[in-house]
Ligand binder design. Structure first.
Ligand SMILES: Cc1ncc(COP(=O)(O)O)c(C=O)c1O
Length: 503
């Protein structure tokens, strides 16, 4: 389509049951027909719908009936209505509703064993696209509509234009200098972390950083410690590298570092100090200090996964763990995939001096991972201030979504749940009273379009009781409200009052 031209909507076929529907059920008939067309992808994401006047005329119903149907579809998040540009299918909804109907319960992450991968077996478990925008409540990722497309286009164009022919065949292994400098400036200003561009390595994301580190640091029989419950891909990466994984429990202060005290043979510890994944607690200052001391005494490396540290709602976040790292034992990992959009596939790590030559040697073997053009686009995005504006806008939007959701939960199910980790990130955890039939709750939730992810699969040996990970960042505000109400009704009906205790 030529730029600036708006596609006109075509007719929508007459719903088969509409001509015979009684007056009182015509609205529901229209809602079902349009919702069905959206979930079956007959109406593509972001496509223009006819106006209520046109539809009323073509379907021979009153305009008020069509308006009432549109209002309901809007409140459910299937359509968006913008003054002056009419009614459109929501950009994020159609696929996701299909997914949430198809899945009873989201498996948290893919589970892979080296043997399975080497034998070419299909990866166990699950649809890699299960965590996606618009699906209540697994939408724990950046909301794609918050990125200003024209900004991104401008920076991508800048990237291509600024490429000197001489640069085309010469991407520095560690990443281009200008991006690494931007990242170093950003970390100093926003995460309290002082580093040089030389310390920064560009990767395709946090998992890629962890994988590279595992190759560098671990060998068969090494020991790697992880939080339990924790981020499963980190555990699997360490297992793929041949390591034995040590589970370290968490409480409301983060990893119980004292439990590491008797372990002197751990090579690597993986933590999520800003917003523990998945429980959401922040590691306390005393635990941070203890962990740093322990790693120094035991010559262990610490991977700090700062996957959502930018999004802190109540107060400014604590500085990164790495900012206090006087022994240079912490590898800080973060990612634009969590701040811009998941498909961008660019992240970075800040490496201790002792690991830098080894990582460069590894990069020399496996090759530079990210195209220079993409790196230039991000450099341009950061340099002009658009990136920090985007972060600011996103933080406000996520906070609004979180607040709306929490309000709905409180309004209808107050006392029936406890929230942990809502101060930051893309998700929080809702704990419910022991004895609730989780499976039944998950099933009933699926029947109203909600995918619930239990905390249990994130636990290896730990037991943190009954609860769910509630991802909200990539829901629209109407979706957060609508599905918040639905969930609260389920909690009210199916759970006992909550008696609070610690994690
Ligand atoms: C704790 C944690 N770390 C890392 C990631 C993935 O980051 P990336 O896509 O940059 O590999 C996720 C994704 O949800 C996450 O939850």
């Amino acid at each position: 389509m030529a730029r600036g031209k708006k596609a006109s909507s075509l007719d929508l076929p007459l719903p088969a049951t509409l001509p015979v529907a009684l007056d009182g059920s015509k609205r529901d008939c229209i809602i079902n027909a349009i919702r069905d067309a959206i979930t079956k992808r007959l109406l593509p994401a972001d496509s223009q719908l006819p106006s209520s006047r046109t539809l009323a005329d073509r379907w021979q119903v009153s305009r008020g009936t069509v308006e009432a149907a549109f209002d309901r579809l809007f409140s459910e998040g299937y359509i968006v209505r913008v003054h002056g540009s009419g009614t459109r299918v929501s950009p994020a909804i159609p696929d996701t509703f299909r997914a949430s109907r198809a899945t009873d319960q989201a498996a948290p992450e893919a589970v892979a064993e080296k043997k399975d991968i080497q034998e070419g077996k299909t990866l166990a478990v699950h649809d890699q696209y299960a965590v996606r925008p618009g699906v209540p409540f697994i939408a724990r990722l950046p909301a794609p509509e918050l990125l200003d497309g024209s900004h991104w286009e401008k920076h991508s164009t800048n990237a291509v234009k600024s490429e000197a022919t001489a640069d085309l065949n010469a991407t520095p292994l560690q990443g281009i200098d200008s991006l690494r400098q931007q990242i170093a400036n950003y970390l100093g200003a926003f995460r309290g972390l002082s580093c040089r561009a030389e310390d920064v390595f560009i990767t395709s994301g946090i998992r890629h950083s962890i994988d590279a580190l595992a190759r560098l640091i671990l060998k068969a029989g090494s020991k790697a410690a992880v939080e339990d419950p924790g981020y499963l891909p980190a555990r699997h990466i360490f297992e793929l590298a041949g390591a034995t994984v040590l589970d370290v429990p968490i409480d409301e202060k983060g990893m119980k570092v004292d439990e590491l005290a008797q372990h002197h043979d751990v090579s690597l510890v993986y933590v999520t100090p800003a917003h523990q994944s998945p429980v959401g607690v922040t590691m306390s200052v005393d635990r941070r200090r203890k962990l740093l001391e322990w790693s120094h005494e035991n010559e262990a490396w610490i991977i700090e996964d700062d996957y959502d540290g930018e999004f802190s709602y109540q107060t400014a976040p604590l500085p990164a763990l790495k900012s206090d790292d006087k022994y240079d034992r912490v590898i800080y990992c973060s990612s634009f995939n969590k701040t811009v959009f998941t498909g961008l596939r660019v992240g970075f790590m800040v490496l201790p001096a002792a690991l830098q030559p080894k990582m460069l040697a590894l990069w020399q073997i496996v090759g530079a991972p990210i195209s220079a053009t993409t790196q230039r686009a991000i450099t341009s995005f950061m340099a002009g201030g658009d990136y920090s504006n985007h972060l600011h806008r996103s933080r406000l939007a996520y906070q609004q979504r979180r607040d709306a959701l929490l309000r709905e939960l409180d309004r209808h199910a107050g006392g029936k749940f406890e929230v942990i980790g809502a101060h930051a990130g893309f998700h929080f955890v809702v704990r419910i009273a022991p004895g609730t039939d989780e499976q039944e709750l998950v099933k009933e939730a699926a029947a109203v379009g909600i995918t619930l992810t239990s905390l249990r699969p994130f636990c290896h040996t730990a037991d943190v009781g009954s609860g769910f990970v509630i991802g909200y960042a990539a829901l629209t505000l109407p979706q957060a409200k609508y599905f918040g109400r639905k969930l609260s009704q389920l909690l009210d009906r199916m759970t006992q009052p909550m008696v609070s205790d610690s994690v």
